[in-house]
Design a protein around this ligand. Sequence first.
Ligand code: SF4
Length: 503
Amino acid sequence: MNILLVYPCVPETFWSFTHALKVVRRKAAYPPLGALTVAALLPNHWNKRLIDMNVTELRDDDLAWADYVFISAMIAQRISTRKVVDRCLRIGVKTVGGGPLFRTCPGEFTDVDHLFLGEAESSINELVRDIEEQRPRRMYPASEYPSLDTSPIPLWDLINLNDYAAMSIQYSRGCPFNCEFCDVIVMNGRLPRLKRKEQVLAELEALYSRGWRGSVFIVDDNFIGNKAAVKELLPEIISWQKGRRQCFNFFTEASVNLADDPHLMSLMADAGFNKVFLGLETPSEESLRECGKMQNLSRSMSAAVSTIHSHGLAVMGGFIIGFDSDPPDIFQRQINFIQKNGIVTAMIGLLTAIPGTRLYSRLEGEGRLLYSTSGGDNTDAGGSLNFITKMDRAQIIDGYKRLMNNIYSPESFYRRVLAFLQAYRPSSKTYIEKNDLMTFARSLWHLGVKDKDWRSYYWRLLQKSVFKYQDSFSDMITMSIYGYHFRKLFWAPDLPQNTSWRS
Ligand code: SF4
């Protein structure tokens, strides 16, 4: 049996880091972890190949080789996925679709031969058996949430690790919170399911033994969803890293209650974590209450960010505009919050109602849904906000564009990096390898010479890092490279900035 796993193109979005990849000379930000895990669950005697269209061209010959093409896609990959399905139909090869795109919008893919709507570990054996017996069903619906106890090590040999800026592993699925807009808890549930410590260490070893060094993204919905278990895992990672010269720098996603637990933050920093993405959403308490983000409400979010920075974890923040309760000055308040707290990487999205979420049901009940899903890029002002908004729609989109333009202008970005450097206390040694030195050299050329909008700020930051913030030097370089990408996406120097974070 010949199986071709295909990972369609990720469009240029906040998370694609397309422009930053040119500086670090990698082809894609992250590997297709889901497809690699599915590959590992398929029988050994099946022939498997994987084409990640973000690093390799998909040729008709590749499709013709396959008995089945397994397509794994997120919602943002919708357009490329459609094209792959059409090509398979033209060539006459059978298709199997899996991942969040097919799970959220199965009705859009009635021409995919087999839809796998659950997690791979749940019923892939059924699909395999049915394919071998030549009687596969059309639908393999999501059954119960499977245990991750038997989740295998991804089949890393199907890709070239050096095509990617970071590697990924997954420790848990699910999150105990209940935010109204969140589709993660619809897909993965509210009871965190965990891999065993031995599984996590085996996955790290698999990457290490293949020569990987540097960044590893732990792609959990909420890494600290089960704090007690994480506190048992982290010491194991600490001793594993010690035996390998702290070879990995980790980053992950967590909830803001991380700030309540100094022991947990210290363990994370000691294990080599240096960044954490938090869903901060909004400084408006009314809007937090509306979306059920209770964990952000009973605290000062500024103090939480500052505490996390002081424990050596750089906060990347997720923010949302478009809540019913957003006051008219929400744009300025978001800018003030992000700037003041030195949240250098701030992903601000427009609210989108994803099918299956509580938000979707509410808006549907209120007769306010305009269309069922957007393109999956919630920074796309034309495609998100798929409902009738309370604030005037044009006002939201205009305010949003000005907000993005403001925070990603060179001046604002520079001030934010400075605010971050003042608060950040890195406690673990960041792993530096030959490639990082090459990246630094390339950043000197791209950001320090070619980039006329940024270069004066870049040299000022270099100077400050060398004389005052030596321990944060590599973080500053990484942030500047990220900033290059964000500026290309969101900064329009001609757009008048009548919103100013300093006012
Ligand atoms: S904390 Fe994050 S992952 Fe958890 S329910 Fe809220 S948005 Fe979803």
